[in-house]
Every structure is written in structure tokens, then in C-alpha cells.
Design a protein around this ligand. Structure first.
Ligand code: ACO
Length: 332
């Protein structure tokens, strides 16, 4: 019999510092009107001083330990989904482990950009179903504000920083909260969004060409890719779940662009009331965007529990991750 999985908790953490679209006009040739009408973004939260992505991840993890009522020593794996790492190593997952005292956890990071939480859920689900783990903590934490060129108006206005955490464990009843997961990657479109890691050759050999480490994005290509492919991948995942689209209560998409969210909503014939978006407040927080949107919507009462939901993300790679879930009361 397949082991049923419970989503035991979900949480988020964002930095305090807020940069509005109007603030950006002080350093860029842009306007609140351009950013809002093209993307839906009004503000973003960004790390300040020596704050780090790992610190946000630790705070999100501490919150989810409380809501899930699972003690840190019960965690078998920590998976950190972090495209913008605080350190290449130790991994963000190891740093989070040390801070929360998850002494029995194996730890590793994954890079699936904005699909990171869903990729993490797919891996965690496989670990639990194969009896390699009983409890897995996924922490999605990203600090894209540190890796954008703040003189490039076509990318920097789109991003913010944040973290989200989700606890998965074996159900103590028969209900499986993860009805389906679908993970996709199309590396042939890797040039659409890139963030190079700089590194210098040994001085005894020919020097290498060094790229700066900023996010480079072909915005129009990303847009076309997503509006064409995402609805198809979501429909495939819903079919695998055994539910019909109209039986699913909420759609929680990655928060990259309001126009993409609206296109998805129309194509899937979702009631706009049931499509979760908070892009205006946080912009694109990469892997953290889905857990931030989901948790905040539960807190505000926009999502009423218990419920079913589609979580779907896309990002550099190109990667796409979708899951159909049941959300129980008390998870946030
Ligand atoms: N303010 C004012 N003008 C701007 C700005 C800005 N911030 N940025 C670009 N412009 C200008 C451009 O220079 C261009 O001017 P021109 O016509 O004189 O050359 C004009 O606005 C139009 O630019 P486009 O790039 O064609 O604008 P577009 O309508 O395509 O919108 C956007 C750009 C918002 C980035 C859109 O393409 C988009 O959202 N794409 C998807 C991005 C996305 O989803 N990314 C997810 C990344 S996930 C991850 O893994 C990181």
C-alpha cells in the first residue's frame, strides 16, 4: 500500500526592508505605472545589511516546526531549494539544520529556480513513499536582490527576497495530501534565464572569460514559453491526480508576472476569486513565491481550509513543477 503523506505545516518569512516602484525611480529610468501595468508588482521586500537568505530560511523553518508540532530531531531530511545560496558550501540545508537542531537530518540543496518548492516536494514525496524518510522539511529561500544588476531596469524591478518552509510527514490517517506531482525540465531553453557564477582560472594557465554574476533574462521568451506550456503541464498533473479541474478549490501559481497568472487563470477557467496572487507586495521571490502566497492566503482567510489546490511554478532551466494537494486545517 502506498504510504499516505500529510502536509503538516507551511510558513514564510520576508525581510523588513521594502522598496516601492517609486523608490526605484530614484535609481532607474522607470515608473510605477510601467512596472505595475506590465507585471502587477508594486513593492518588493529585500535583504538589507548583512541579512542572508539562510537566516530567512531558518526563521521560516522555526515557524513551521511550531505549526506542524513536529520536533526538529524527528526530521529525516532537509531539502533547501535555493538558487541564490548564502554559501556554495556548506549547503543552505546544513546551515538550517545546525540552527534548528535537526540532528538526525541528512541535508542537501537543489537548484530548480522558481520551481524549487515543487521539485523539493517531488523528492520528499519519493523519499517518504520509498520508506527512506518519515519526515522531510523543505525550505525554499532566495535572495535574488543580491544577484540582479540594479542598473538593468528590465530585470531588477521584477524580483524580491523571501523564504518559505513546508513540513511533510507520514499521515496518521489514510488521507494522502499530495495527490499528484509533475516535474518537467527543458534544458534546451536554458538561455532564457541565466545567472553565472564567477570563477577565475589558475594563474598558471590561460585566463578564462569571466561573466558578471547578474541575472540575465529574455523576458519575452520566458513569457511565451510559460503561457504556452504551463497550462498544458498543469492539465496533465490534474489528470494524474484523479480530480477534475472544477473540483479543485484554489490555484496558487508562481508569482512572476500578473499577466502570466491571468493568462493561466483564463486558460484553466478558474474563478479569479480562487486564484492566489500577492505579487503586488513581494514581486518574484523565486522558489519562495509559492509558499509565501499560499501561507499568506491561509492567514488572511482568502484560502479557507480544508481545501484542494494546484501549486505550480516555473523558472530557470527551464523547469516547471506542479502538484495537486489537499490542505488540512491548522497547517499555517
Ligand atoms: N521601466 C520602464 N521601461 C522598461 C522597463 C522598466 N522597468 N523595463 C523595460 N523597459 C522598456 C524596454 O526598454 C522597452 O523599451 P523599447 O521599446 O524602447 O525598447 C520596453 O519597455 C518594452 O520592453 P519589453 O522587454 O518588450 O517589455 P515586455 O512587455 O516584454 O515586458 C517583462 C517585460 C515584464 C519582463 C515580461 O517580458 C515578462 O514578465 N516576462 C516573463 C518574466 C518572467 O516570468 N520571469 C520569471 C523568471 S523566473 C526565474 O526563474 C528567475
Amino acid at each position: 500500500m502506498s504510504i499516505p503523506i500529510r502536509i503538516a505545516g507551511i510558513s514564510f518569512q520576508v525581510p523588513e526592508a521594502v522598496v516601492t516602484n517609486d523608490d526605484l525611480t530614484k535609481i532607474l529610468d522607470t515608473s510605477d505605472e510601467w512596472i505595475r501595468t506590465r507585471t502587477g508588482i508594486e513593492r518588493r521586500h529585500v535583504l538589507s545589511g548583512d541579512e542572508t537568505a539562510v537566516e530567512m530560511g531558518i526563521k521560516a523553518a522555526e515557524k513551521v516546526l511550531k505549526t506542524s508540532k513536529i520536533s526538529a530531531d524527528k526530521i529525516d531530511f532537509i531539502i533547501a531549494a535555493a538558487s541564490v545560496e548564502t554559501h556554495a558550501y556548506p549547503s543552505s540545508a546544513c546551515e538550517i539544520q545546525a540552527a534548528i537542531g535537526a540532528v538526525n537530518a541528512a541535508c542537501f540543496d537543489i537548484t530548480a529556480a522558481c520551481s524549487g518548492l515543487i521539485y523539493g516536494m517531488g523528492i520528499a514525496r519519493a523519499l517518504i513513499k520509498s520508506e527512506s524518510a518519515k519526515t522531510v522539511l523543505i525550505v525554499a529561500t532566495d535572495a535574488v536582490s543580491r544577484c540582479v544588476d540594479w542598473t538593468d531596469r528590465s530585470t531588477c524591478v521584477l524580483f524580491g527576497d523571501g523564504a518559505g518552509a513546508m513540513m511533510l510527514t507520514v499521515s496518521d490517517d489514510d488521507q494522502d495530501d499530495i495527490l499528484a506531482v509533475s516535474l518537467k525540465a527543458e534544458g534546451q531553453f536554458g538561455d532564457f534565464i541565466k545567472m553565472p557564477i564567477p570563477g577565475k582560472n589558475c594563474p598558471l594557465v590561460k585566463p578564462n572569460t569571466q561573466e558578471d554574476m547578474f541575472v540575465k533574462m529574455e523576458g519575452k521568451e520566458v513569457y511565451k514559453y510559460v503561457v504556452t506550456k504551463l497550462p498544458v503541464y498543469v492539465e496533465e498533473c490534474v489528470e494524474k491526480s484523479g480530480l477534475k479541474m472544477n473540483e479543485i478549490d484554489y490555484l496558487v501559481p508562481h508569482q512572476a508576472n500578473m499577466r502570466i497568472i491571468e493568462a493561466l487563470e483564463k486558460r484553466l477557467e478558474f474563478n479569479p476569486e480562487n486564484v492566489i496572487s500577492n505579487i503586488q507586495e513581494y514581486a518574484n521571490t523565486s522558489a519562495a513565491s509559492i509558499p509565501i502566497a499560499l501561507t499568506e492566503a491561509i492567514h488572511s482567510g482568502k484560502i479557507k481550509l480544508p481545501a484542494t489546490a494546484i501549486l505550480t511554478g516555473f523558472g530557470a532551466g527551464m523547469t516547471v513543477g506542479t502538484t495537486v494537494v489537499r490542505l488540512r486545517e491548522g497547517i499555517a
